[in-house]
Write a new protein. Structure first.
Length: 94
């Protein structure tokens, strides 16, 4: 099992639009092989920072999802909305 941390800087005036796009991604992942769970968190000590944590059965499944056309289309909208690239961090259970 692995966990993916997806970090974004979110201006307050764009938070609602981002939430809608993230919900689209989450809905799409429900039927994707290897996807286990996900959650979205907002940082309390640094307003404007968002963290999505997803759990996958393996890095193989995550990479398939990461390279999918459907995901890339929505991710492009997110990056355009925020004007910044999304940061991905991959963690493995120890």
């Amino acid at each position: 099992m692995i966990k993916i941390h997806i970090r974004r800087k979110v201006p307050e005036n764009k938070a609602d639009n981002l939430k809608s796009l993230i919900n689209q991604l989450r809905g799409m992942t429900m039927g994707v092989p290897g996807y286990v769970a996900g959650e979205t968190l907002k940082r309390l000590d640094k307003p404007g920072e968002s963290l999505v944590v997803t759990k996958w059965q393996s890095e193989f499944y995550w990479e398939q999802w990461l390279q999918s056309k459907e995901r890339a289309e929505i991710q492009e909208k997110i990056d355009q909305l925020l004007g910044d690239e999304t940061v991905y961090e991959i963690y493995e259970y120890d």
